[in-house]
Structures are given as structure tokens and as C-alpha cells.
Design a protein around this ligand. Structure first.
Ligand code: ZN
Length: 264
């Protein structure tokens, strides 16, 4: 089943694990301690907040050059802006979950249960709309803010929740080198883990070729996480999103009456 890799010395994928998301299992020792499935020197690469022009394609290229795979947690709105980039992520064989519709803090005091549900479901429906296929039932909370009501809801929907073992803090890194140092320092101390990064960030895209090289040199192995079955999105959110995307307007005036070329 392994696709040919042009790079004989690539980091690659050492193991693929399939996740049964029944009941909404949690991953990432920063918040969830039950499921310790990684062996020493094993890592899982994860990327949040895309898809985004330039940065996401650069991340995809770095991963492809090393014939390795990651898990992506796109923002619903970004998926509607750049569906073609998200399709490239899926086409490259990476796992795609979701990261809410608008990156709202689901643990905020102002967030109602209904709003939290809408953020979760609309996010997944937006990813599905972009991909033309249902995403994996894998979810990451914005800012790792795990609201109790939203946690219970995700459990009821059989959606796995991803925290991390190791935060790259790439969004506040001053350059690519700082990201590489942060990740490798933490990893050499912890020995393994789910690494949180952002394909949305320019410095992360720049850091990735070096970081993947350092992982390989350090004897680390990449584990890909896949879902046993795709998420069943909710029809009302799928349909609502399609309606929203059409941006209805009451004006029925002809184009030539609305837009006139006045200089060329
Ligand atoms: Zn995020």
C-alpha cells in the first residue's frame, strides 16, 4: 500500500494508526492522559488554521519532499476562501479534521451551547463543502480552550478531540529557526509526542524542511493518524452553508446597470 517515494533518504511514515472515534476520545497529553499510544521517538505532525495561500502549499511541499504525512485542522471560513488549497491537502493523503467555523473560543463565558455547536458543525460542513467529501471526525479547539459543554457535545457526535503533547508556539516565533529550536528542545526532553504547528504561519512553512530533517537525523519517526470512518456531517449545516455562500441580495438590476467601466 506504500506509495513510491522519490527521496530514498526520506523521513517517511513509520506507522499508520486508525482511530475509532466512538465517544470522542481525547489525544495530546497537555489535556488528555488516557490514550498513550506513541512509542518512544514517535511523533505526530499536526497543522492548524489553514488553508492559506503560499504557507499551506509550502508546508505540503516540505511534507511531500520527505514523503511524510500529517493531520490538518482547517478553519471553516478559510476552507470556504481557499477550497482548492484544502483539496490539495486531502489529495496528498493527509488527514483532514476541523478547527471550528471562525476560530471562536468555545470556552468563552459569552459562548452559548448552541453557538458552540454551530461553530463545530459549520466548521466540519465547510471542510466537507471544500473537499467534496466528509472530513475525519477529528477536532481541535481554538487556543486549546476545551469548553465542558462542547466537550460533551463532541463526545455525543463521536468526534475525537486533539490537544497536543508539544506546542511549537510557532505563531509567536520571530523566525523559522526559533520554531525548529522550540520543537527539538521539547522533543528531546519528552521523547515523543503530537506536535502542534500552524500551516497558516509563514515561519512554520519556512521552518518545516529543516525541522523534518532534524527529526530524521534525531531518529524520530512519524506516525500518521487516520479515522476509522469519516464524519457524518449534519444536513442542516451543509445546506445552511450552501445558502450562506450564495449571499442572496434583493437587487435584481442587470449587471450593466450596476457596473459601468468608466476608465480603462
Ligand atoms: Zn487555531
Amino acid at each position: 500500500m506504500k506509495a513510491a517515494c522519490a527521496n530514498a533518504d526520506a523521513l517517511g511514515v513509520s506507522r499508520v494508526v486508525e482511530i475509532d472515534t466512538t465517544g470522542g476520545p481525547g489525544f495530546g497529553f497537555e489535556h488528555f492522559k488516557q490514550l498513550d499510544f506513541l512509542a518512544d521517538k514517535e511523533v505526530v505532525l499536526t497543522f492548524d488554521d489553514g488553508p492559506w495561500p503560499s504557507n499551506t502549499p509550502a508546508v505540503l511541499k516540505a511534507l511531500a519532499d520527505e514523503c511524510t504525512k500529517a493531520v490538518f485542522f482547517p478553519i471553516g471560513k478559510h476552507a470556504t476562501y481557499h477550497p482548492e488549497i484544502l483539496r490539495q491537502v486531502a489529495a496528498a493523503g493527509h488527514t483532514v479534521g476541523a478547527h471550528t467555523w471562525s476560530h471562536a473560543n468555545l470556552n468563552s463565558k459569552k459562548m452559548t451551547e448552541q453557538q458552540a455547536k454551530d461553530e463545530v458543525e459549520k466548521g466540519f460542513s465547510a471542510v466537507k463543502l471544500a473537499l467534496g467529501a466528509a472530513p475525519s471526525p477529528f477536532f481541535r479547539f481554538p487556543q486549546l480552550q476545551h469548553g465542558p459543554a462542547a466537550m460533551a457535545y463532541l463526545g455525543s457526535r463521536n468526534i475525537a478531540v486533539f490537544s497536543c503533547d508539544l506546542d511549537s508556539f510557532d505563531f509567536r516565533a520571530k523566525d523559522a529557526a526559533q520554531i525548529v529550536n522550540t520543537v527539538m528542545t521539547k522533543l528531546d526532553k519528552q521523547g515523543k509526542g503530537i506536535i502542534l504547528m500552524h500551516d497558516f504561519q509563514k515561519h512554520t512553512a519556512e521552518a518545516l524542511p529543516t525541522l523534518l530533517g532534524r527529526l530524521k537525523a534525531g531518529g524520530y519517526k512519524v506516525v500518521q493518524m487516520r479515522a476509522k470512518a469519516p464524519l457524518q456531517t449534519l444536513a442542516e449545516y451543509d445546506e445552511g452553508l450552501v445558502k450562506d455562500m450564495k449571499l442572496p441580495t434583493v437587487s435584481t438590476r442587470a449587471l450593466s446597470n450596476v457596473v459601468q467601466t468608466v476608465a480603462q
